[in-house]
Design a protein around this ligand. Sequence first.
Ligand code: IMP
Ligand code: MG
Length: 175
Amino acid sequence: MSKDTIGTVMITEQQINDRAAEIARQIEEDFNGEPIVLVGILRGAVLWMADIMKNTNLEMTIDFMAVSSYGSGKKSSGIVKINKDLDTDIEGKNVIIVEDIVDSGTTLNYLKGYFESREAKIVKICTLLDKPSGRRVDIDVDYIGFTVDDRFIIGYGLDYDQKYRNLPYISFLED
Ligand code: IMP
Ligand code: MG
C-alpha cells in the first residue's frame, strides 16, 4: 500500500466561484424566469451544487440522487446503479443535473435517459469538470466549468477512495 501523492493546484476556489457565477448567468438566460429543479449527484457534486445554487437567481427547488458507476478504483465499471432516488416528481419540470465530472459519459447518459423517461420538460447537464479523453458514450453537456486532461482528479468534492473531497481546490493524484 503506497501513499497517495497529491499534485499541484490545477484550479483554485476563486476560479471555480467565478466560473459558477458565469454559468449561473447563462442558466438564468436559458430558463428566462422559469422555475428549475437542480438535481445534485452525490457525493462529488456537493460543493459545485452549492456554488451554482447561490449564484442562480431563479425560482428553484433542489433534490439529490446517488448513483455509482465506479468501484473503489480509478476505472468505471460501466454499470450505473441508483443508490438514492429522487424525492421530487420531475414530470413537466425544467431539470438541471449537477455533476462533478463527466468522464466516460456513462453516468450522465443513463441519468439523462432516466429523467426523460420520467417526463421532465427539459433536462440539462451542468458539470464542474469535463474529461473528454475518457469519453465512451456521446453526450451533450450544456454547462461545463472546466475541461481537464487525462488525469485522476481530486478535490472540491471529487474523491479517491472517498478521500480528498474536502480540498478547497482541484488537484490530481500523481501516478
Ligand atoms: P463516467 O460515468 O465515466 O462519466 O464517470 C462519472 C463519475 O466517475 C463521476 O461522477 C465521478 O464520480 C467519477 N470520476 C470520473 N473521473 C474521475 C476523476 O478523475 N476523479 C474522481 N472521480 C472521477
Ligand atoms: Mg460522481
